[in-house]
Design a binder for this molecule. Structure first.
Ligand SMILES: Cc1cc2nc3c(=O)[nH]c(=O)nc-3n(C[C@H](O)[C@H](O)[C@H](O)COP(=O)(O)O)c2cc1C
Length: 207
């Protein structure tokens, strides 16, 4: 199958697994190929919030998520946190677009200092050094000065900081509406067409 593009989607251990799962679902439905990275803490969060018990084995996790979202063969690939030979670990092969959704304060910090201690952190470091598009969706409240300084540093480097902060002006009726609000904004920044939410300034019925 021909895919539009390959995008890296990383889940770290912040609350907000439904945002990342919905983003994954939409990207696959829109015929993108997705490389998925999942931190150890993110596996705990996926289980806690979405009842998804994801295997620590990358092949099994790939099968699980592919089945869940009906992905085509080879469309979705999970890479383990120590898989330094995966494409995302090198500027010569990594996709130019990466989203960390949700993004923990810990991952924000590690990315801000270039720690590269696991594949998620390394992949983010690669996207920054290659001047690609990195979007972080942090979730924490309140933000401490440490978090804010890290986010400011990253924003100055060109990283897009999109806190998981859905609006209410579209009168959400369900949790899915709130999730879609965030996913729609992420898709907007990736320049991907969608009709998940109505756009500001358009009347009823227009999306
Ligand atoms: C259920 C659950 C919810 C969590 N929620 C948050 C959160 O909203 N924000 C955050 O920064 N950390 C949160 N944490 C803590 C992080 O998972 C923890 O700091 C972890 O070390 C982050 O590692 P990672 O960035 O490699 O995933 C949560 C942990 C669990 C188990």
């Amino acid at each position: 199958m021909q895919y539009k593009e390959t995008i890296t989607l990383a889940f770290s251990g912040a609350s907000g697994a439904p945002y990342g799962l919905r983003l994954l679902e939409v990207l696959l439905a829109q015929h993108f190929r997705v490389y998925v990275l999942i931190s150890s803490a993110a596996r705990v969060v996926l289980d806690t919030e979405s009842n998804i018990k994801l295997s620590g084995n990358e092949d099994k996790a790939t099968e699980q998520l592919s089945a869940l979202f009906n992905a085509a063969d080879g469309q979705l690939q999970v890479f383990g946190k120590d898989n330094w030979f995966s494409p995302v670990a090198s500027g010569s092969a990594a996709p130019k677009k990466m989203i960390v959704c949700p993004c923990s304060a810990g991952s924000v910090s590690a990315i801000a200092v270039g720690a590269s201690d696991n594949l998620l952190e390394r992949a983010a470091d690669v996207v920054i050094k290659e001047r690609g598009q990195l979007i972080l969706v942090p979730r924490e409240t309140p933000f401490s000065e440490i978090h804010l300084e890290n986010m400011l540093k990253l924003a100055k480097l060109g990283v897009t900081i999109m806190p998981a902060a859905p609006g209410f002006y579209h009168q959400p009726q369900t949790i899915n509406d709130l999730v879609d609000f965030m996913v729609a904004r992420i898709l907007d920044h990736l320049n991907i067409e969608h009709n998940l939410t109505k756009r500001w300034g358009y009347g009823e019925g227009k999306k």
